[in-house]
Each structure stands twice: as structure tokens, then as C-alpha cells.
Design a protein around this ligand. Structure first.
Ligand code: BGC
Length: 675
């Protein structure tokens, strides 16, 4: 007999979760419900932020721990920062990173990882740039969703900070003011993609959006996240200063106040008792909390992962693989790189950062790994016995030290940023108002390049750097970001060619601040337009120093034979494009093939082009592969302010394929026909 559709089978897991939620909820007192809606303590216990257990009902509570660079509880694997991982353009790799962090979270007794951070990098000054993946909503969404999927094989992932969080110094006060269209098209799509991937939790941001605190933003939380996107997990506030008003927060859909009751707790109980807050709102929040506890096995005492997974060989090897895959070769004049070991006797390694354990900022994303391999240690390890490595670990070398630089066969300068330059406010430097390297390092690079023309700069940092003062004076630049605990090995492998750099820039490197949108850390009201990053550069006809998607290789790739399945598409259609990519050089290497789409004739202002697909491929010398892209037409819609909805324009479009947003050798036109 056919199943009655209105009565799914008893073993339907979603239905049984909902039944158990209702059963528990029915047995909870109001005080017990309200107790589930806040954290336990201001300071973490064993590195974990707890929500209260309820012994009577067997509710264990959440144990939240910070990411996104690794688990911030005791020792853990320190991965390259989010921005480095964004540069891999490799969602499968990011899924593996998520899975490793999920396992380590579980082994440390946690059940919620406070990551990924997917705030869009609107301006490279943002102090927390390193925590996110880049500037493009499509790329951010794909990378974030992969991370969520990996983490959630073990624990809950909390996607943060929702939304429009992109200034650090004024994060507790600022209101980012923007049109609904800019909000929908630029600042939210990546959050929606992570929700579609099943994220169990979302952290609201500290800042305001159009005047409303994000933790009390009914439009962001209730209408969009929980309404339109159907998010059925829970929202927690950002820590301590993310909430302000009890009634507004609970009405807006803020489910858990972290890290301790200030706005909720007693105040929420009183508000319900006085009738200011309907109990239904509390029930809705507690349902979400219990649902996620059940869905992730928390209520049923899912056993933690074994301690031995923490910083295990598999995870530290993965950290190295990610660091290798995130290397971006920015410049290689005269093919100085890769360094040829057989022609090197003396190699000078210069700069304070060469000997530094430079993992990134000291804020909530700080991780303590059992060891860190510095750039110098990595180079010493990889150079081999025939090469004398001369460390000159200062940014202000003496005349004698410069003589040694001049006498070397090649010189590596390690320069860049650290927690003194950028990071989370209060604990690290906050926003980076100077986009260049620290002046002492610029001087260092120029002095070294004058002393020895075979100079390579290794750059570290979590965001774009303005390099104009020195870039033309050095033949080679390798960007390593904050490369994690195994970073030194990856840097060395890139320099000696044991690894062929295949990372690409997930952000635009402008030539000066004048080419960027305004970045205002003075005022509490800031206006955000629709353009930033490559969208702004394309619109204004600027020539960035290094474009979004850019990165060189030790081999060369050729693009040919773009084929579009159809050149007329309907609203429910799929843009299907294939392209041939060949390695026409002499070394194996990785290429990131990028698809951009733009509207040829639009009745409104739209970006020249937007990233709609990317694929990282590995090719042996002489090998050719076909790369396929599929883009649903819904991805090409714009937000129509008058209709208050997404619309697809019936007009002509262009698809471009190539190795960066500014190098697009293949182009094809297509039409969208509605009805
Ligand atoms: C940060 C969050 C972090 C939380 C807990 C906040 O200040 O903004 O990203 O997860 O602290 O450490």
C-alpha cells in the first residue's frame, strides 16, 4: 500500500527530531526555557564557552569554541588563516580543513565551532581581513559552505558575523547604511549559501545595519534568515556587546545571548511574565536550540573524538598542504624563481619576520599549536647540505650584514604584517590604516635589492598590501599570507620549486588608497555603495597592481575552445560552458579557471562582470583538460527595489573565462528569454 504523504514513516529522522523537541519543550518551565537562551560565564571554561546544562531534563548545553584558524582551546592545529585558504580557490580542500577542525573541536569537548567567518572584505584595511576568505560573494559562499559541510560531520558550525561587519575599530557602534539591493546582492548571498549547506548556527554581528543593531535586526534575522532562507537553527549574539534591548532582541529572533546573561536571563523572564514578550517567541528560540542539539547528537551524548586527533600528523600535514596551495606568486621577473639548488652556495635570509612565528592576530581566532615552523627554519630544512643559509634576522641590517647580503648568490627578504599591524580590536592592532608595509620594511627591501639584484620578497599578512614603493625594484615576490604552523616548509617548497605556486588572489591589490572605497573609522554612520574590489576597479577603469584572481605559476597555461551548450536561456535554465585548459609549460602546476558573467545591456547599473564559477585543476606538462561550468539563471538575477524581490533581466549577457578578473581570453554571448 502506498504511504500516505501526510504521515511520513515513523523512522523519518527529521520528524522524530521535531517530536522529541516538542516533548522536551512541553516539560520545561519558563525559567528553564529562558535559561537555555544565554551563556554561562563571561570567561571560557577550559577554553569553551558553555550554555547552562539542565540536569533535570538531561540537556547538556552547548560548548562553543573559537575558530576559524583552528580550535582555540589548549593546543591545536594552527591552519593558515581564512584569507590564505580563500587563495586556494579549492572548496574540497576547505571541506577537509573544516572536517579536521570539527574533529579537534569535538576532541576538546566542544560541540559548536565559532567559524567560518565569511564577512566580505569591502576594504583591505579591515583589521579582521585574515579571518575571512575574500572580497567576492560567490567565492565566499562556496568556500564557507564547504567549510560548514566539513565541520558539521562532527560539530555545529556557526557562521559569523551576520551581517555587513567590515570595520573593526568602530565595530561596537557603527551603522553600515546601504540600500536593500546592495545588501542582498553584495553582503548576503554568501550567508545564504552557508545556510543552504545546512549551517546549524549563525552569530550576529556587533555593528548596526541601517541603524538597527544586528542582534536585534528583525529584517535580517526574522524576515530574511529565518523567513526567506528557512534557517531552522539558532542565532547567538556576538560576545558581550552584541545585544542591547531584551524585547527588541527576542522579537527580532536572537536565540542565545553570549557569553552570559546581561540582556536576557532575568530581564527576559520578567519581560515574558509581564506580557511584554509572548511566550511563543521563547518557545521558538528553545525549539531551535533543542533541534540543533538533537540533530547533532548533543542531547544523546554523542561521544567526543579521541584526544589523539588534536594536531595529529594528518592534520598538520593538511595545514602544510593548505599553506602550499595558498602560495600566490605575484612577480617573477627574469624567472629568478624557483631557486636552483645546484647554483646556490650562499643564501641570505633577511628580516625580522623570517625568524618569527607569524600565525596572525592575537584576537579570538588565535590558536596555540604545538610547534611553528618559521620561514627561516623551513628554508634551512629545504636548502639541503650544500647551501649555506645566512640568517640576518633584522629589518635594519648593519653595513657588514649588507655586505653579506651582497656576497650571497640570492637573498630572501621576509616582510609583511603581523598582529602589530592588523587584527581584532582590543587584543590586536584593529584596522590597518596604513596599507603599505611598515616603513622600516620598505627601506629594508630597497636596501637589500640595491645590494643584491637576486632578491626575492616573501610577503606575509592577511590582506592586500600597497607595494608601489618597492615592487619594481625586486624581481620576485611570493605571497604566503599567515601560513600556519607548517608555513615555513610551504614557503621553502615554493621558493625551491618543490611546489608550484597555484594560489590566486581572493582580493584586489590596489595601487593606492585612492583606488578604494572610503574606509571611515571616525564616524558611527557609514554609507556603503554597491562597488568595491574588482567590481569598483572594473567600473572605474582602474588598473589594480594585482587583480582579483591573479597569480603566476612556474608553468604556463593556454585557454581554448569555449563551448556554450545554448546561447538562449530561459529563467529556469542553466548556463553550461566548457573550456579546454592546457599546461603548455614544462612543469606540473595548478590553474584556477574562472568564469565571470556580465550583462551586456541592462536597464540599471550593474557590475561589469561578476565571478560565477571557478575550478582549480592540476595539470602535468603537456596535459589538457576540459573544465565544465554550470550556472543557474537564478544566479544572474538582481534585487529589484520596487518589486522587493529578485528579477531576471531579459537581455544580452556575456560570459568570460580566464585566469583572473583582468585576463579573460575567452568570451561568449548569450540571451535570456523569459516566458
Ligand atoms: C568575536 C567573535 C568571537 C567571539 C568569542 C567576539 O569578540 O567578534 O568572532 O567568536 O568574540 O571569542
Amino acid at each position: 500500500m502506498a504511504e500516505n504523504a501526510s504521515h511520513p514513516p515513523a523512522h523519518d529522522p527529521a520528524r522524530s527530531v521535531e517530536r522529541r523537541v516538542e516533548d522536551l519543550l512541553a516539560r520545561m518551565t519558563l525559567a528553564e526555557k529562558v535559561e537555555q537562551m544565554h551563556g554561562l560565564k563571561r570567561e571560557p571554561i577550559d577554553g569553551l564557552y558553555h550554555t547552562p546544562p539542565n540536569q533535570r531534563l538531561g540537556i547538556p548545553g552547548f560548548r562553543m569554541v573559537d575558530g576559524p584558524r583552528g580550535v582555540r582551546a589548549g593546543q591545536a592545529t594552527a591552519f593558515p588563516v581564512g584569507m590564505a585558504r580563500g587563495a586556494t580557490f579549492d572548496p574540497d580542500l576547505e571541506r577537509r580543513v573544516g572536517e579536521a577542525m570539527g574533529l579537534e573541536t569535538s576532541a576538546r569537548g566542544g560541540n559548536v565551532l565559532l567559524a567560518p567567518c565569511i564577512n566580505l572584505l569591502r576594504h583591505p584595511s579591515w583589521g579582521r581581513a585574515q579571518e575571512t576568505y575574500g572580497e567576492d560573494p560567490h567565492h565566499l559562499g562556496v568556500m564557507g559552505a564547504a567549510f560548514v559541510e566539513g565541520v558539521q560531520r562532527h560539530v555545529v558550525a556557526s557562521v559569523k558575523h551576520y551581517a555587513v561587519n567590515s570595520i573593526e575599530n568602530t565595530r561596537f557602534t557603527v551603522s553600515a547604511n546601504l540600500s536593500e539591493r546592495t545588501l542582498r546582492e553584495v553582503y548576503l548571498p554568501h550567508f545564504q549559501r552557508c545556510i543552504a549547506a545546512g549551517a546549524g548556527s549563525v552569530m550576529s554581528a556587533y555593528n548596526r545595519v541601517n541603524g538597527e543593531w544586528c542582534g536585534e535586526h528583525a529584517h535580517l534575522l526574522r524576515d530574511i534568515l529565518k523567513g526567506e532562507w528557512g534557517f531552522d537553527g539558532f542565532v547567538e549574539s556576538d560576545w558581550l556587546l552584541g545585544m542591547h534591548d531584551t524585547v527588541r532582541a527576542v522579537r527580532a529572533g536572537l536565540d542565545i545571548e553570549m557569553p552570559r546573561p546581561k540582556v536576557y536571563g532575568r530581564n527576559l523572564l520578567a519581560a515574558v511574565e509581564s506580557g511584554a514578550v509572548p511566550v511563543d517567541l521563547v518557545d521558538d528560540a528553545v525549539r531551535r536550540i533543542l533541534r540543533i542539539m538533537l540533530r547533532f547528537g548533543i542531547l544523546d551524548g554523542r561521544p567526543p573524538a579521541a584526544e589523539s586527533v588534536v594536531a595529529c600528523r594528518g592534520h598538520t600535514d593538511l595545514a602544510r598542504e593548505v599553506a602550499e596551495k595558498s602560495l600566490v606568486l605575484l612577480r617573477n621577473a627574469g624567472e629568478l624563481l624557483p631557486l636552483d639548488r645546484s647554483r646556490l652556495r650562499r643564501l641570505a635570509v633577511v628580516g625580522e619576520l623570517a625568524g618569527a612565528k607569524n600565525l596572525g592576530d592575537r584576537g579570538s581566532s588565535h590558536v596555540s599549536p604545538p610547534w611553528v615552523i618559521t620561514a627561516l627554519a623551513g628554508i634551512q630544512d629545504a636548502a639541503g647540505p650544500g647551501i649555506v643559509v645566512e640568517p640576518i634576522l633584522t629589518d635594519a641590517p648593519s653595513a657588514a650584514q649588507l655586505d653579506r647580503v651582497a656576497a650571497a648568490d640570492a637573498v630572501i627578504v621576509v616582510a609583511g604584517l603581523s598582529s602589530k599591524d592588523e587584527g581584532e580590536g582590543q587584543v590586536s592592532a584593529g584596522d590597518r590604516l596604513r596599507l603599505e608595509l611598515p616603513e622600516a620594511q620598505e627601506e629594508l627591501i630597497l636596501r637589500v635589492a640595491t645590494a643584491n639584484p637576486r632578491a626575492v620578497v616573501v610577503l606575509e599578512g592577511g590582506s592586500a598590501i600597497v607595494v608601489e614603493r618597492w615592487i619594481e625594484q625586486v624581481p620576485a615576490v611570493l605571497l604566503a599570507w599567515y601560513p600556519g604552523m607548517e608555513g615555513g616548509l610551504a614557503i621553502a617548497a615554493g621558493l625551491f620549486g618543490d611546489v608550484n605556486p597555484g594560489g590566486r588572489l581572493p582580493i584586489t591589490f590596489a595601487r593606492s588608497n585612492a583606488e578604494l572605497p572610503a574606509f571611515d573609522v571616525e564616524h558611527d554612520e557609514v554609507e556603503y555603495g554597491p562597488l568595491h574590489g574588482y567590481r569598483l576597479a572594473d567600473h572605474a577603469g582602474l588598473e589594480p597592481r594585482f587583480a582579483f584572481g591573479f597569480g603566476l605559476s612556474y608553468t604556463r597555461f593556454a585557454y581554448r575552445a569555449l563551448v556554450m551548450e545554448s546561447s538562449t536561456l530561459r529563467a529556469d535554465g542553466l548556463l553550461q560552458a566548457t573550456v579546454e585548459v592546457a599546461n603548455v609549460g614544462t612543469r606540473a602546476g595548478d590553474e584556477v579557471v574562472q568564469l565571470y558573467v556580465g550583462c551586456a545591456r541592462s536597464r540599471l547599473a550593474r557590475p561589469v562582470r561578476e565571478l560565477k564559477g571557478f575550478a582549480r585543476v592540476h595539470l602535468a606538462p603537456g596535459e589538457t583538460t576540459r573544465v565544465e561550468f554550470e550556472v543557474p539563471m537564478s544566479e544572474l538575477r538582481y534585487w529589484d527595489e520596487a518589486a522587493r524581490g529578485w528579477l531576471l533581466e531579459e537581455t544580452d549577457y556575456v560570459a568570460w573565462i580566464g585566469p583572473s578578473s583582468r585576463e579573460l581570453p575567452l568570451r561568449a554571448e548569450f540571451k535570456v528569454q523569459l516566458g
